[in-house]
Design a protein around this ligand. Structure first.
Ligand SMILES: [Zn+2]
Length: 117
């Protein structure tokens, strides 16, 4: 199996369940709810901050614009948002070299696994 093509985005049927989990206001890189696709408690999120223009949107404080990845390490379902805001609580639990970032979270998952060891 080709590792690089094994990631897949949440399909339309599961997208609502996926969003309601990630929109529940978790303030940690690991999300404790079970994955809506495979049931495993292996959901994660990771932000890349692109600027430092702090803002408040609908009562939530953000420290700048950035990109977000949400994924399950077991079934490799993911979502990526290229133009969003980084919440004030976010602190990188492990870093990923900016040049390695791509549409799917593969380099981020690799860094997460390496940090776990
Ligand atoms: Zn899963």
């Amino acid at each position: 199996m080709n590792e690089q093509t094994s990631w897949k985005e949440a399909d339309a049927e599961l997208y609502a369940a996926w969003r309601s989990i990630f929109n529940a206001g978790w303030t940690s890189p690991d999300v404790p709810d079970p994955c809506p696709v495979c049931g495993s408690r292996t959901l994660h999120q990771w932000y890349a901050q692109d600027d430092s223009h702090a803002t408040v949107l609908r009562g939530v404080r953000y420290k700048g614009r950035g990109r977000l990845w949400e994924w399950c390490s077991r079934c490799r379902t993911f979502e990526h948002y290229r133009d969003g805001f980084v919440p004030e609580w976010w602190v990188e639990p492990y870093s990923v070299e900016a040049g390695f970032l791509r549409y799917d979270p593969d380099p981020i998952e690799a860094a997460r696994k390496a940090a776990e060891l």
